[in-house]
Design a protein around this ligand. Structure first.
Ligand code: SF4
Ligand code: SF4
Ligand code: FES
Length: 347
Protein backbone atom coordinates (compact mmCIF):
# COMPACT_ATOMS: atom_id res chain seq x y z
CA UNK A 1 0.00 0.00 0.00
CA UNK A 2 1.48 3.35 -1.05
CA UNK A 3 1.24 6.24 1.38
CA UNK A 4 2.76 9.59 2.23
CA UNK A 5 4.18 10.03 5.70
CA UNK A 6 4.68 13.53 7.03
CA UNK A 7 7.44 13.98 9.56
CA UNK A 8 8.33 17.03 11.62
CA UNK A 9 11.87 18.16 10.88
CA UNK A 10 13.92 20.50 12.98
CA UNK A 11 17.69 20.89 12.80
CA UNK A 12 19.40 23.18 15.29
CA UNK A 13 22.53 23.10 13.07
CA UNK A 14 20.55 24.14 9.99
CA UNK A 15 20.24 27.66 8.63
CA UNK A 16 16.84 28.49 10.12
CA UNK A 17 17.62 27.08 13.57
CA UNK A 18 15.14 24.68 15.10
CA UNK A 19 12.01 25.96 13.37
CA UNK A 20 9.96 22.79 12.79
CA UNK A 21 8.38 22.06 9.40
CA UNK A 22 6.67 18.98 7.95
CA UNK A 23 8.51 16.96 5.32
CA UNK A 24 6.68 14.35 3.22
CA UNK A 25 8.07 10.89 2.39
CA UNK A 26 6.43 8.37 0.02
CA UNK A 27 6.70 4.79 1.16
CA UNK A 28 5.30 1.39 0.31
CA UNK A 29 3.67 0.24 3.54
CA UNK A 30 3.75 -3.49 4.17
CA UNK A 31 1.42 -5.50 6.40
CA UNK A 32 2.85 -5.73 9.93
CA UNK A 33 5.00 -2.60 9.58
CA UNK A 34 5.07 -0.39 12.67
CA UNK A 35 5.54 3.38 12.77
CA UNK A 36 9.08 2.70 13.97
CA UNK A 37 9.70 0.37 11.01
CA UNK A 38 8.58 3.21 8.72
CA UNK A 39 10.95 5.66 10.39
CA UNK A 40 13.80 3.16 10.00
CA UNK A 41 12.91 2.57 6.35
CA UNK A 42 12.96 6.31 5.63
CA UNK A 43 16.24 6.82 7.48
CA UNK A 44 17.92 3.82 5.79
CA UNK A 45 16.56 4.28 2.27
CA UNK A 46 15.65 7.93 1.77
CA UNK A 47 17.07 10.37 4.31
CA UNK A 48 19.93 9.51 6.65
CA UNK A 49 19.61 12.88 8.42
CA UNK A 50 16.34 11.90 10.11
CA UNK A 51 16.75 11.60 13.90
CA UNK A 52 14.63 9.61 16.35
CA UNK A 53 15.17 7.48 19.44
CA UNK A 54 14.55 3.77 19.80
CA UNK A 55 16.06 0.74 21.43
CA UNK A 56 14.02 -2.37 22.30
CA UNK A 57 11.43 -2.30 19.47
CA UNK A 58 9.20 -4.22 21.88
CA UNK A 59 7.34 -1.54 23.89
CA UNK A 60 9.65 -2.09 26.86
CA UNK A 61 12.32 0.62 26.90
CA UNK A 62 10.05 3.62 26.40
CA UNK A 63 12.43 5.48 24.11
CA UNK A 64 10.47 5.65 20.83
CA UNK A 65 7.53 7.78 21.99
CA UNK A 66 6.39 10.36 19.42
CA UNK A 67 3.28 12.38 18.70
CA UNK A 68 1.38 10.44 16.08
CA UNK A 69 -1.46 12.29 14.37
CA UNK A 70 -1.49 14.63 17.37
CA UNK A 71 -1.38 12.05 20.18
CA UNK A 72 1.53 10.53 22.10
CA UNK A 73 2.23 6.90 21.21
CA UNK A 74 5.03 4.36 21.13
CA UNK A 75 6.24 4.14 17.52
CA UNK A 76 7.23 0.48 17.93
CA UNK A 77 3.83 -0.52 19.29
CA UNK A 78 1.67 1.16 16.64
CA UNK A 79 0.78 -0.49 13.36
CA UNK A 80 1.28 1.79 10.35
CA UNK A 81 -1.54 0.59 8.10
CA UNK A 82 -4.23 0.43 10.79
CA UNK A 83 -3.28 3.94 12.00
CA UNK A 84 -3.47 5.20 8.41
CA UNK A 85 -6.87 3.56 7.88
CA UNK A 86 -8.18 5.03 11.14
CA UNK A 87 -6.93 8.58 10.66
CA UNK A 88 -6.47 8.89 6.87
CA UNK A 89 -2.97 10.31 7.38
CA UNK A 90 0.32 9.71 9.14
CA UNK A 91 1.89 12.76 10.75
CA UNK A 92 4.80 12.08 13.07
CA UNK A 93 6.00 14.84 15.41
CA UNK A 94 8.08 15.06 18.58
CA UNK A 95 6.31 14.72 21.94
CA UNK A 96 4.52 17.86 23.12
CA UNK A 97 5.58 19.60 26.36
CA UNK A 98 9.26 18.78 25.71
CA UNK A 99 12.00 20.94 24.17
CA UNK A 100 12.98 19.58 20.73
CA UNK A 101 16.66 18.81 20.22
CA UNK A 102 16.41 17.48 16.66
CA UNK A 103 13.50 16.05 14.65
CA UNK A 104 11.85 13.51 17.02
CA UNK A 105 14.56 13.72 19.68
CA UNK A 106 13.47 15.74 22.69
CA UNK A 107 15.18 16.86 25.89
CA UNK A 108 14.24 14.42 28.64
CA UNK A 109 16.20 16.17 31.41
CA UNK A 110 13.11 17.93 32.88
CA UNK A 111 11.32 14.56 32.89
CA UNK A 112 14.12 12.92 34.90
CA UNK A 113 14.38 15.93 37.23
CA UNK A 114 10.71 15.47 38.12
CA UNK A 115 11.18 11.73 38.70
CA UNK A 116 14.18 12.47 40.93
CA UNK A 117 12.13 14.97 42.93
CA UNK A 118 9.84 12.20 44.20
CA UNK A 119 12.87 10.22 45.45
CA UNK A 120 12.05 6.97 43.64
CA UNK A 121 13.31 4.50 46.18
CA UNK A 122 11.95 2.66 49.21
CA UNK A 123 12.70 3.76 52.78
CA UNK A 124 11.84 0.53 54.51
CA UNK A 125 10.27 0.72 57.96
CA UNK A 126 12.08 -0.67 60.96
CA UNK A 127 10.51 -3.59 62.80
CA UNK A 128 8.08 -4.62 60.12
CA UNK A 129 5.68 -7.31 61.24
CA UNK A 130 7.16 -10.54 59.94
CA UNK A 131 6.32 -11.65 57.40
CA UNK A 132 4.40 -9.26 55.12
CA UNK A 133 5.24 -11.80 52.51
CA UNK A 134 8.40 -13.76 52.53
CA UNK A 135 11.55 -12.64 54.27
CA UNK A 136 14.30 -12.88 51.66
CA UNK A 137 17.08 -13.81 54.03
CA UNK A 138 19.83 -13.58 51.49
CA UNK A 139 19.41 -9.83 50.75
CA UNK A 140 20.59 -7.27 51.38
CA UNK A 141 24.15 -7.38 52.53
CA UNK A 142 25.08 -4.69 55.05
CA UNK A 143 24.34 -1.23 53.55
CA UNK A 144 23.68 -2.91 50.24
CA UNK A 145 20.91 -0.74 48.87
CA UNK A 146 19.49 2.74 49.12
CA UNK A 147 17.19 3.10 52.09
CA UNK A 148 18.60 0.10 53.93
CA UNK A 149 21.10 0.06 56.70
CA UNK A 150 22.74 -2.37 59.03
CA UNK A 151 21.33 -5.86 59.02
CA UNK A 152 17.82 -4.86 57.97
CA UNK A 153 16.37 -7.26 55.44
CA UNK A 154 14.11 -6.70 52.46
CA UNK A 155 10.54 -7.71 53.07
CA UNK A 156 8.37 -8.78 50.19
CA UNK A 157 4.70 -7.89 49.98
CA UNK A 158 1.70 -10.16 49.96
CA UNK A 159 -0.50 -10.24 46.86
CA UNK A 160 -3.04 -7.65 48.07
CA UNK A 161 -0.31 -5.17 48.94
CA UNK A 162 1.40 -5.71 45.58
CA UNK A 163 -1.83 -5.13 43.67
CA UNK A 164 -2.20 -1.74 45.37
CA UNK A 165 0.97 -0.43 43.68
CA UNK A 166 1.20 -2.80 40.75
CA UNK A 167 0.05 -0.37 38.04
CA UNK A 168 2.58 2.25 39.07
CA UNK A 169 5.35 -0.35 38.91
CA UNK A 170 4.65 -0.97 35.23
CA UNK A 171 5.86 2.47 34.07
CA UNK A 172 8.52 2.33 31.32
CA UNK A 173 9.31 6.07 31.52
CA UNK A 174 8.25 6.77 27.95
CA UNK A 175 6.98 10.26 28.81
CA UNK A 176 3.70 9.96 26.84
CA UNK A 177 1.65 10.99 29.87
CA UNK A 178 3.64 14.19 30.41
CA UNK A 179 3.31 14.99 26.70
CA UNK A 180 -0.48 14.77 27.01
CA UNK A 181 -0.75 16.66 30.30
CA UNK A 182 -2.84 19.85 30.21
CA UNK A 183 -1.45 21.21 33.46
CA UNK A 184 2.15 20.72 32.35
CA UNK A 185 1.35 22.61 29.15
CA UNK A 186 0.69 25.77 31.15
CA UNK A 187 3.01 25.17 34.12
CA UNK A 188 6.40 23.67 33.31
CA UNK A 189 7.12 23.34 37.04
CA UNK A 190 4.17 20.96 37.56
CA UNK A 191 5.48 17.67 38.91
CA UNK A 192 3.44 15.92 36.17
CA UNK A 193 1.82 12.47 35.92
CA UNK A 194 4.83 10.19 35.40
CA UNK A 195 6.49 11.36 38.63
CA UNK A 196 3.18 11.22 40.50
CA UNK A 197 2.60 7.64 39.39
CA UNK A 198 6.11 6.85 40.60
CA UNK A 199 5.39 8.63 43.91
CA UNK A 200 2.38 6.36 44.50
CA UNK A 201 4.63 3.35 43.87
CA UNK A 202 6.36 4.24 47.16
CA UNK A 203 3.67 6.04 49.17
CA UNK A 204 1.35 3.07 48.56
CA UNK A 205 4.02 0.54 49.53
CA UNK A 206 3.21 -0.88 52.96
CA UNK A 207 6.92 -1.04 53.83
CA UNK A 208 7.53 2.68 53.24
CA UNK A 209 8.40 4.73 56.33
CA UNK A 210 8.33 8.24 54.81
CA UNK A 211 4.83 8.37 53.31
CA UNK A 212 3.65 11.35 55.32
CA UNK A 213 6.77 13.36 54.50
CA UNK A 214 6.40 12.48 50.83
CA UNK A 215 2.72 13.49 50.83
CA UNK A 216 3.51 16.84 52.46
CA UNK A 217 6.11 17.52 49.76
CA UNK A 218 3.71 16.50 46.98
CA UNK A 219 1.07 18.85 48.41
CA UNK A 220 3.14 21.96 47.75
CA UNK A 221 2.63 24.33 44.82
CA UNK A 222 3.13 22.60 41.42
CA UNK A 223 2.39 19.29 43.16
CA UNK A 224 -0.37 16.68 43.03
CA UNK A 225 -3.24 19.08 43.77
CA UNK A 226 -2.51 21.07 40.58
CA UNK A 227 -3.71 18.20 38.35
CA UNK A 228 -6.97 19.20 36.66
CA UNK A 229 -8.13 15.59 36.15
CA UNK A 230 -8.33 15.77 32.36
CA UNK A 231 -7.56 11.99 32.25
CA UNK A 232 -5.19 12.40 29.27
CA UNK A 233 -2.30 10.77 31.13
CA UNK A 234 -4.32 7.63 31.73
CA UNK A 235 -5.77 7.65 28.21
CA UNK A 236 -2.39 7.85 26.43
CA UNK A 237 -0.24 5.70 28.73
CA UNK A 238 0.79 2.69 26.61
CA UNK A 239 1.34 0.45 29.66
CA UNK A 240 -1.92 0.96 31.60
CA UNK A 241 -0.15 2.63 34.49
CA UNK A 242 -3.21 4.89 34.99
CA UNK A 243 -1.38 7.89 36.48
CA UNK A 244 -4.63 9.71 37.32
CA UNK A 245 -5.69 6.80 39.52
CA UNK A 246 -2.32 7.10 41.29
CA UNK A 247 -2.92 10.84 41.78
CA UNK A 248 -6.36 10.20 43.25
CA UNK A 249 -4.90 7.62 45.60
CA UNK A 250 -2.16 10.03 46.68
CA UNK A 251 -4.76 12.71 47.42
CA UNK A 252 -6.99 10.33 49.36
CA UNK A 253 -3.98 9.09 51.33
CA UNK A 254 -2.93 12.68 52.12
CA UNK A 255 -6.34 13.48 53.58
CA UNK A 256 -6.39 10.20 55.51
CA UNK A 257 -2.91 10.95 56.90
CA UNK A 258 -3.94 14.47 57.92
CA UNK A 259 -1.77 16.28 55.35
CA UNK A 260 -4.48 18.90 54.88
CA UNK A 261 -2.85 22.26 55.57
CA UNK A 262 -2.68 23.20 51.90
CA UNK A 263 -4.92 24.76 49.23
CA UNK A 264 -5.63 21.47 47.42
CA UNK A 265 -6.91 19.59 50.46
CA UNK A 266 -8.83 22.64 51.70
CA UNK A 267 -10.46 22.95 48.27
CA UNK A 268 -11.64 19.34 48.39
CA UNK A 269 -12.97 19.74 51.93
CA UNK A 270 -14.78 22.97 51.04
CA UNK A 271 -16.34 21.20 48.05
CA UNK A 272 -17.64 18.40 50.26
CA UNK A 273 -18.98 20.95 52.79
CA UNK A 274 -20.63 23.02 50.08
CA UNK A 275 -22.54 20.09 48.60
CA UNK A 276 -23.62 19.01 52.07
CA UNK A 277 -24.77 22.53 52.98
CA UNK A 278 -26.53 23.70 49.81
CA UNK A 279 -26.53 20.69 47.50
CA UNK A 280 -24.12 22.22 44.96
CA UNK A 281 -20.92 24.19 44.65
CA UNK A 282 -20.92 27.61 46.30
CA UNK A 283 -17.85 28.92 44.47
CA UNK A 284 -17.49 32.11 46.53
CA UNK A 285 -17.62 30.35 49.89
CA UNK A 286 -15.24 27.68 48.57
CA UNK A 287 -12.72 30.34 47.55
CA UNK A 288 -12.76 31.84 51.06
CA UNK A 289 -12.38 28.43 52.68
CA UNK A 290 -9.58 27.41 50.33
CA UNK A 291 -7.51 30.59 50.27
CA UNK A 292 -8.48 32.27 53.54
CA UNK A 293 -9.84 35.83 53.82
CA UNK A 294 -6.85 37.93 52.74
CA UNK A 295 -5.85 35.85 49.71
CA UNK A 296 -9.48 35.65 48.62
CA UNK A 297 -9.63 39.44 48.33
CA UNK A 298 -7.21 39.18 45.40
CA UNK A 299 -9.75 36.94 43.64
CA UNK A 300 -12.54 39.55 43.73
CA UNK A 301 -11.87 40.99 40.22
CA UNK A 302 -11.86 37.45 38.82
CA UNK A 303 -15.04 36.63 40.75
CA UNK A 304 -16.75 39.74 39.36
CA UNK A 305 -15.82 38.73 35.82
CA UNK A 306 -17.32 35.27 36.45
CA UNK A 307 -20.42 36.94 37.88
CA UNK A 308 -20.84 39.12 34.76
CA UNK A 309 -20.56 36.08 32.51
CA UNK A 310 -23.09 34.14 34.58
CA UNK A 311 -20.47 31.62 35.70
CA UNK A 312 -21.01 32.15 39.43
CA UNK A 313 -24.32 32.60 41.24
CA UNK A 314 -24.54 35.57 43.66
CA UNK A 315 -22.85 34.29 46.82
CA UNK A 316 -25.11 36.06 49.33
CA UNK A 317 -28.37 34.91 47.85
CA UNK A 318 -27.11 31.48 46.93
CA UNK A 319 -30.08 29.18 47.37
CA UNK A 320 -29.89 25.61 48.45
CA UNK A 321 -31.34 23.07 46.07
CA UNK A 322 -34.77 21.57 46.56
CA UNK A 323 -34.81 18.34 48.52
CA UNK A 324 -31.44 19.11 50.14
CA UNK A 325 -32.41 16.61 52.82
CA UNK A 326 -31.90 13.80 50.27
CA UNK A 327 -28.32 14.93 49.67
CA UNK A 328 -27.72 15.02 53.42
CA UNK A 329 -29.09 11.50 53.70
CA UNK A 330 -26.33 10.37 51.30
CA UNK A 331 -23.75 11.96 53.59
CA UNK A 332 -25.30 10.24 56.61
CA UNK A 333 -25.14 6.90 54.81
CA UNK A 334 -21.47 7.46 53.95
CA UNK A 335 -20.70 8.32 57.58
CA UNK A 336 -22.55 5.19 58.73
CA UNK A 337 -20.58 3.01 56.29
CA UNK A 338 -17.30 4.60 57.43
CA UNK A 339 -18.12 3.84 61.07
CA UNK A 340 -18.97 0.22 60.20
CA UNK A 341 -15.61 -0.17 58.42
CA UNK A 342 -13.78 1.33 61.42
CA UNK A 343 -15.49 -1.08 63.81
CA UNK A 344 -14.59 -4.03 61.54
CA UNK A 345 -10.94 -2.90 61.41
CA UNK A 346 -10.85 -2.61 65.23
CA UNK A 347 -12.30 -6.13 65.56
S1 SF4 B 1 -5.20 14.05 34.69
FE1 SF4 B 1 -3.87 15.53 35.71
S2 SF4 B 1 -1.80 14.72 35.57
FE2 SF4 B 1 -3.09 13.58 34.12
S3 SF4 B 1 -2.80 14.65 32.19
FE3 SF4 B 1 -4.60 15.57 33.15
S4 SF4 B 1 -3.84 17.31 34.35
FE4 SF4 B 1 -2.07 16.04 33.78
S1 SF4 C 1 3.04 6.46 33.29
FE1 SF4 C 1 2.70 5.47 31.30
S2 SF4 C 1 2.84 7.14 29.84
FE2 SF4 C 1 3.73 7.87 31.73
S3 SF4 C 1 5.91 7.51 31.51
FE3 SF4 C 1 5.02 5.73 32.57
S4 SF4 C 1 4.53 4.27 30.96
FE4 SF4 C 1 4.87 6.23 29.95
S1 FES D 1 11.75 1.05 20.98
FE1 FES D 1 11.56 0.56 23.08
S2 FES D 1 9.54 1.13 23.57
FE2 FES D 1 9.67 1.43 21.44
Amino acid sequence: MKMKIKISRCDPMGKGGCEPYLQGYDIEAKEGMTILDALHFIKDEQDGTLSFRRSCRSAICGSCAVNLNGFPKLACKTQLISEYKKKGAIVIEPLSNYQVIKDMVVDFNPFWDKINKVEPWLNQKDNLPVPLGTDLKSVPKKGGAVGLSGEKKWQTLDKKAVLKINNSSKCIMCGCCNAACNTLEIDKHFIAPAALAKAWRFVGDERESQSQKRLAKLSREHGMWDCVRCIHCTEYCPKDVAPLQAIERLRAEAIKEGVIDNDGARHVESMVDSVKRVGRLDEAAMTFKTLGFLRSLGMIPFGLKMEIHGKMPMPLIFPQIEKIEEVRKIYEEIEKKKRQVEVKVEE
